[in-house]
Structure formats: C-alpha cells, structure tokens
Design a protein around this ligand. Structure first.
Ligand SMILES: Cc1cc2nc3c(=O)[nH]c(=O)nc-3n(C[C@H](O)[C@H](O)[C@H](O)COP(=O)(O)OP(=O)(O)OC[C@H]3O[C@@H](n4cnc5c(N)ncnc54)[C@H](O)[C@@H]3O)c2cc1C
Ligand code: SF4
Ligand code: SF4
Ligand code: SF4
Length: 343
C-alpha cells in the first residue's frame, strides 16, 4: 500500500474562513460566501451573525475569494482614504417624490430608471415588515416594489441573500444590487475573481449601488428602541441614524430621538472593524452626509455608474443641486475609522 504520510492534509476552505473570520468575530455578515457556494454548504446563523457549515464542502475556494474579511482581502480594503476614487460627486434628489425616501430618494430613482429602461431584469434591495420593522432582502421587478422598499434599514445587511435566489434563475440575466459597503466589497471581489462560481455570479451584477454606512445593529435593536420610546413598532414610519442620534418618526409625524451611544451594545461585532464608510467598491455610492436635508450625496465611481447616472438625469428621474460638503464626509468617515481602531 502506498503511504501518504509526508503530504500535509489540506484544510477545507470553509475551515479557513471559520478560523480566520468567524471565530475572530470579524465577519461582516455580508453572506457573500453563502451566496457564491455551489454546494449550499454554508448557512447564516442570525443569532451569532456569522455563517456556519452544514453540508459537505466541494473545495472550490469560491467563498475564500469573495469574503472581504479574509486576512488578505481585509488588508487590501484597509485604507485611510475616505471618499475613494470617483468620476463625479453631486448632491441630488429624485425628480418625482419617492414616498418613504431616506434622503433625496436618489437610490430609488436610479433603480426605477434601470427597471423602466430595461437595463436590468430586477433590483435587489431591502424590504421591511412594517409591523415589526424587520428588514428582509427583496427582489424588485417593478418600480412599485421599489417605492415599498425605499428608506434605510439598520438591522440587516443581508441583501446578497437575494442574489443567491436569482443566481440559478436563467431568466434573470442582469440585476442592480443595493448594499452596504461590505456587501459591495464582496461584489468587487466577485467581479475580480477568476473562480468559475464567482464569475458566474458576477456576470449577473450590472450595477452595484453602495450606501454610506457607519454601522448596522442586531435584530433586537428596533424592539429596544420601541420599548425605550414607549411606542409600538407599527407606529414607526422612519428611522435615521446620524449626527449621534437615532431619530424615529412616528405615524402622524411626531419625532423622537435616542443617543446612538445608548444603542452601542446592539452594534454588530463585524462593524467594529469595518474599514469602509462610503462604499468605495461601488459603481455609484449614495449617502446623506455632505448634502442638505432632503438631498442625497451621490458619488459616481465607474463608467457603468456614470452611464446609469446620465440615463436617470436624461429621464429627469433625478436632478442635481450644486455643492457637496466633502469635508463633512471625510469627518464622519474618519470618525468611523477611529472608532474601529483603524486610524
Ligand atoms: C445601515 C445603514 C447605515 C447608514 N449609515 C449612513 C451614515 O452613517 N451616513 C450617511 O450619510 N448615510 C448612511 N446611510 C445611507 C443613507 O441612510 C441612505 O440610505 C442614502 O442616503 C440613500 O438615500 P436615498 O433617499 O437616496 O435612498 P432611498 O431612495 O430611500 O433608497 C434606499 C435604498 O436602499 C435600500 N436599502 C435600505 N437599507 C438597506 C440595507 N441595509 N442594505 C441594502 N440595501 C438597503 C432600500 O431598499 C432602497 O432601495 C446608511 C444606510 C444604511 C442602510
Ligand atoms: S464555496 Fe466552495 S469551498 Fe467554500 S464552502 Fe462552498 S463548496 Fe466549500
Ligand atoms: S464576511 Fe461575508 S463572506 Fe466573509 S465569512 Fe462573513 S458573511 Fe461570509
Ligand atoms: S459597518 Fe456597514 S459596511 Fe461595515 S460591516 Fe457593518 S454593515 Fe457592513
């Protein structure tokens, strides 16, 4: 019998993720590893906010390629640059009113242009159960679906679950994805990868629209806010995290606030090492900082992003307003890096 004793047994890729990401509590919770996995080997533990392995692994390494938190990928994303590369930066708003828009409704307007022009088959966004205010990934095929999904959801960054759903559907050729910087970093890694499973998925993503993001909270945050403010969750129409406060708008227009610092225990662990505030890997990034109330700051980064932005302008789905306060963006971005021990 041939002895194999001298060759070192190879470690399965998911085991590498387990050791270098999951066990170190630095998982961003982006679900890219689960989305790309051809064997459905991984699933997400919503309580622990990280994946786990539950079926045999076929050793394809796709998960390692697309994870933004492996030591190599994390090192590549670590940078003290806040705004990152761009072709254009503008304050903007939607040309028509977007009900429930978080800021200027620009993300909804860009996606509406993409759907109406037939540039994508669907948009992957975050919907919400408005009774309990719990976010869930959603596939929007029509502009009406988009208006239901407008507004920021602070309790989930799991939009790539929707990409997994459309991955095996051959009738869906191209999608727009809206994501937090970590999800958009994963899309950047998908696009750069030569792994066959990563490439298959990357081919479907025509537009990656990134949001600015300081942090995401765990599922219990909304319930805690509702308890502390003494209002049932169904009375909440909007939440906005910014300028040190969680601002909650209720049905009827009443506004209540809590200091964000009082919700510190609910911030996801993986957010506390996050190096990206402005979604630097996106085609277009959108946030509120840097623009006046009722407007969104739009950072157009790639040629693809510029194409979509120009089409939306042509269709008068968005309009721009002069002046972006880049210093304000830098300031909040640096605050995030400092909080996360990266500066
Ligand atoms: C968790 C989180 C933290 C943020 N933190 C900041 C911040 O600190 N500073 C800042 O300037 N901006 C921040 N933003 C971005 C800001 O709140 C707005 O989302 C952005 O300005 C776009 O506004 P809009 O009116 O153009 O978008 P809208 O027209 O309201 O559309 C928003 C789109 O984003 C989708 N979406 C909402 N939540 C998520 C999510 N969690 N993951 C993926 N897609 C989602 C919606 O489904 C919708 O399609 C944050 C957003 C999120 C989700
Ligand atoms: S992506 Fe490939 S290597 Fe990773 S867990 Fe799935 S089958 Fe294993
Ligand atoms: S950071 Fe994303 S890709 Fe990496 S292990 Fe966590 S969920 Fe998977
Ligand atoms: S802070 Fe935002 S981008 Fe960073 S890991 Fe958390 S959800 Fe992702």
């Amino acid at each position: 019998m041939h002895s194999n004793a001298s060759s070192k047994p190879s470690v399965l890729p998911y085991k590498e993720l387990e050791e270098s990401v999951w066990k170190k509590d630095i998982c961003a919770g982006c679900r890219a590893c689960i989305t790309v996995c051809p064997g459905n080997t991984l699933a997400f533990d919503g309580k622990e906010h990280k994946p786990y392995q539950f079926t045999p692994c076929v050793d394809c390494k796709a998960c390692l390629e697309v994870c933004p938190r492996t030591p190599a990928n994390y090192a590549a994303f670590r940078s003290t640059e806040i705004i990152g590369p761009y072709l254009d930066i503008k304050s903007a708003r939607a040309g028509v009113e977007v009900e429930r828009a978080q800021n200027g409704g620009v993300v909804t307007a860009l996606l509406t242009a993409a759907l109406e022009e037939g540039l994508v088959d669907c948009a992957l966004v975050m919907g919400s159960d408005r009774w309990i205010q719990k976010a869930h990934p959603m596939i929007a095929y029509y502009p009406e679906d988009l208006s239901k999904a407008a507004g920021s959801k602070y309790d989930s960054n799991g939009v790539l679950e929707a990409l997994k759903t459309v991955a095996s559907d051959d009738s869906i050729r191209s999608v727009a994805v809206v994501g937090t910087p970590c999800a958009i970093q994963s899309i950047g890694l998908l696009r750069a990868s030569t792994n066959e499973y990563a490439m298959k998925l990357a081919k479907k993503v025509r537009f990656a629209i990134g949001l600015f993001c300081f942090e995401v909270f765990d599922d219990a945050m909304v319930e805690e806010v509702s308890k502390r403010l003494g209002v049932p969750t169904w009375r909440i129409t909007k939440m906005n995290a910014g300028e040190g406060k969680m601002t909650v708008t209720l049905r009827g227009g009443e506004v209540k606030q809590l200091p964000l610092s009082s919700l510190g225990d609910y911030v996801r662990k993986g957010c506390k090492v996050c190096p990206d505030f402005t979604s630097k890997s996106a085609d277009i990034s959108v946030g509120s900082v840097g623009s006046k109330p009722g407007l969104s700051t739009v950072i157009v980064r790639s040629a693809v992003g510029l194409g979509l932005f120009e089409i939306a302008l042509d269709m008068q789905f968005i309009e721009t307003v002069p002046g972006v306060d880049s210093v304000a963006i830098e300031k909040v971005g640096k605050l995030k890096l400092k909080r996360n021990g990266l500066q």
